[in-house]
Write a protein that binds this ligand. Sequence first.
Ligand SMILES: [Zn+2]
Length: 181
Amino acid sequence: MIGIDSPCQYCHFAVQDNSYLCPTCLYEHVIRKILTIKPSTAENMQCAYLFPDFLLADMDDFLIKDIEELLGCIYAELWTAIALMSSRIFEQVLKNHMKLNMNIDVDEEVLGGCIKRLEKQGAPANLIVALTELRETRNDAMHANKRFSPADSLELSRKVLSLVASVYNYRPKPDTMITLA
Ligand SMILES: [Zn+2]
């Protein structure tokens, strides 16, 4: 884990909440690419194209495979599959992050509880808002009678991948980390 005064990996300005990248560089180098994802750009797209090495290093193989399957679904225009894969990645990334980087075991925790715990840990407010919205869409996606339009599916997948970037970019402050007894 990098130190609390670590600068942004790209522009070298100090980063407020111990993130790898400052908000500007996160947008310029990661989110902007994610926002261009659509069927015509997703063919053979890989995680290594979307995420810098220092973010990828914290992601497990399972997540990387899921993201690449999601990109395959986007290329194939499988709209409901896109929504389902996005929902699965959303849940996985949130729980993995809390377990691996914050030392909080949330296997049995419902998503709402996970989000509350992140909020208590001092995660950025805009991240908490995004997580809460995604949780509602994810609940919709799980219903068998819900189908997603192309626009809705693409928007959801871009939001989830942006969330992946934001969550893996955020490093909890060491003094707010919980150590389980
Ligand atoms: Zn920067």
